[in-house]
Design a protein. Sequence first.
Length: 213
Amino acid sequence: MKLMFLGAPGAGKGTQAEIVAKKYSIPTISTGALLRQAMKDGTELGLKAKAFIDAGKLVPDEVVIGIIKERLNNDDCKNGFILDGFPRTVPQAESLDAMNIKMDLVISIEVSDEDIIKRMSGRRICSECGASYHTVHIPTKVEGVCDACGGKLTIRDDDKPETVISRLEVYHKQTEPLKDYYKASGKLVLVNGMDSIENITAEIENKLDSIRG
């Protein structure tokens, strides 16, 4: 199975990709992790990516896609894979198609902007031990204090409402058009991201079973 997960920041696509990858024994391909590994290994494409990053520039699509193509040639991708965080734009999706990398299913986890902002702005991280909490879903016994070590809880910059709103604007402008792109080829399925993690997983598995026959 060749799968792709779409969704706004904080929609839970990473969580679901991890669950599906484990159940079906297929790797999750994360662009960020691939770029870091390629640069660490000093591959030809990794060195090209590093040159752009060191210059404060975005890594061009052709370099990113080249690194992904190399990764997909590995033996562990023979039975399928999950793309998480790529493509981010329609031109990147067109480049995948041009390389004959066709998705079996594109799963878009749907959560409203309002709920994303609530969800992400409620996240808290312990400044001492790094434990994660949420003011609604995983509250601490004492507000602002880590249950594990007594450290002070903080809000990551990425989770501040103004940052979340900015990231959502980028998602709607650059990445959301991928839904129409994959809908046109009949590959897109929408999943309600406001349900419980278990129910979302069950809904995704039902979709996967239908394509597996």
